[in-house]
Design a protein around this ligand. Structure first.
Ligand code: HEM
Length: 123
């Protein structure tokens, strides 16, 4: 594991074009998911998509800067449960699966998101 390139998750998702495509697959899955879709009814999904792509690229070790709010500030006005956090992670995994990201890389991205749970979950 220590020999893995620091950008292996970024590369494994297909670089910037791959990440953009994954986000394009991911957002419709979220908006069709009865467990979480209501949270996004007033959200500018295009802006959210841009920020998610930046964030995944940065977390994956790619050459991107995340320009959005910190996770606590972004979510504190919403009521978000642990179950909803898990639902969103599951949807992201579906999107990565559909794009053909290897499961080892999928798991690494999800592992990087897991620590955000305590900042995102408000209830
Ligand atoms: C690992 C989990 C998550 C990540 C990485 C994440 C990431 C983000 C990012 C990057 C933004 C944009 C921040 C900004 O506006 O500057 C955002 C906004 C938002 N997130 Fe999350 N999020 C996560 C989980 C969730 C969950 C579980 C929900 C609800 C079910 C949720 C609901 C929202 C909503 C509604 C907004 C938009 C707020 C607005 O319209 O301004 N997020 N999230």
């Amino acid at each position: 594991q220590s020999t893995a390139a620091s950008d292996e998750v970024f590369q494994g998702m297909g670089g910037k074009p791959g990440i953009e495509k994954i986000v394009q697959i991911f957002l419709p899955i979220v908006l069709a998911d009865d467990r979480i879709k209501d949270s996004f009814k007033d959200t500018d999904m295009e802006r959210l998509g841009t920020l998610l792509a930046e964030q995944f690229c940065h977390l994956g070790g790619g050459p991107c800067k995340y320009s959005g709010k910190d996770m606590k500030t972004a979510h504190e006005d919403f009521i978000i449960t642990n179950a909803q956090f898990n639902a969103l992670a599951e949807d992201l995994q579906l999107a990565m699966e559909e794009y053909g990201v290897p499961s080892r890389i999928q798991n690494k991205l999800i592992a990087k998101l897991a620590p955000m749970q305590r900042e995102v979950v408000t209830k």
